[in-house]
Design a protein around this ligand. Structure first.
Ligand code: DAH
Length: 338
């Protein structure tokens, strides 16, 4: 064996050793450069072929090829090995705990609103809509509200510079609907309302109501009581009791207030119902003939009832929420409970 062949075989052994120690692709690449790169060990040894005696050349040539192939293969197989090690590291660890996907829930105010709308629709009411920005006419005048009524005060109502206002109730939608169509009417109007209240546990400047209006021939207070009683049972369950008390609203005559028996104490008296056993839910009454006149309906022919209730209040009762502000803080720890 010639010196050259010995040097070639040494080079192969060294390359194999270097690759066995290679920890990453950069080490493999360094080995490639050192042995088969342009200025590497193998090209340098190849140049020495000219010095080999002619009779030794075929054997030396074979050895050169074998060494070159051997190094190339060793480089490739080490590269492949390193790839599979990395893949193992990146593989899924099935022992890790799963990732919790948080699912949103329906806001309690939206849920009560959806439920209320669904119940009234089943009874034949149609949903009507009106804008949050209203005219004084629709929000007060046409609803028979006297010029000196305290609710009109700037202390209580947000007025715009152009004379319009943010509606204080959903009742103006009654006016919009009656002014735009002849009777009969059977609508509910869910929506936002605004009042210039100082926020506290039971007051918010922004809240929701659902309004109802039924106009037809021979509508009576008994019809109103029947619809509201059925609504109470559908919303709160079959055991809820309802109570009607005389009250006053400018747009209804007679006017009533409507209470649920307290769901917390079942009417025995507790802090939620302030020991009365009853929770005030809604205002209602028979549409005042003046309202009919204001929208061009003949009060000698048409009769009707109306009601309007606060959605936040029902949500608070339903879920025993003791502060209305919790409904607007968007704290997920609160919202995730529903
Ligand atoms: N709009 C009244 C309020 O915000 C509630 C109300 C009472 C609506 C009687 C009505 C009604 O339609 O007939 O306090």
């Amino acid at each position: 064996m010639t010196d050259l062949e010995k040097q070639l075989l040494d080079a192969l052994e060294q390359a194999e050793q270097m690759l066995a120690d290679a920890a990453n692709n950069a080490d493999v690449e360094a080995c490639r450069i050192q042995f088969i790169g342009r200025k590497g060990v193998l090209p340098a040894l190849m140049k020495k072929m000219g010095d080999v005696a002619p009779e030794d050349r075929p054997a030396a040539g074979k050895t050169l090829n074998r060494v070159k192939q051997g190094i190339t293969q060793a480089l490739e197989s080490r590269e492949a090995e390193l790839r599979s090690v990395v893949a193992d590291d990146e593989a899924i660890d099935v022992t890790l705990p799963g990732r919790r996907r948080t699912i949103g829930s329906i806001h309690p105010v939206a849920r009560v609103m959806d439920d209320a709308v669904a119940i009234f629709r089943r009874m034949g009411f149609v949903v009507a809509d009106g804008p949050d920005l209203e005219t004084v006419h629709n929000n007060f005048d046409a609803l028979n509200t006297p010029a000196d009524h305290p609710s009109r005060d700037v202390q209580d109502t947000f007025y715009l510079e152009d004379g319009r206002l943010l509606r204080t109730q959903t009742s103006p939608v009654q006016i919009r609907v009656m002014e735009s169509q002849p009777p009969p009417v059977r609508i509910v109007c869910p929506g936002r309302c605004y009042r210039r209240d100082t926020p506290d546990a039971t007051h918010s400047m922004n809240f929701h109501q659902i309004e109802g209006l039924y106009v037809d021939r021979n509508v009576s207070l008994a019809d109103l009581k029947g619809v509201l009683s059925e609504f109470a049972r559908e919303l709160m369950g079959p055991d809820v009791k309802v109570r009607f008390r005389p009250h006053f609203f400018p747009f209804t005559e007679p006017s009533i207030e409507y209470d649920f028996s307290c769901i917390m104490c079942e009417g025995k008296g507790c802090s939620v119902c302030k020991n009365s056993g009853w929770l005030e839910i809604s205002g209602a009454g028979m549409v005042d003939p003046n309202v009919f006149r204001n929208v061009g309906y003949d009060p000698e022919v048409w009769t009707g009832y109306a009601f309007g209730m606060g959605i936040e209040r029902i949500a608070m009762i339903r879920h025993a929420i003791n502060d209305i502000r919790l409904l607007y803080e968007n704290d997920v720890r609160f919202l995730a409970q529903f």
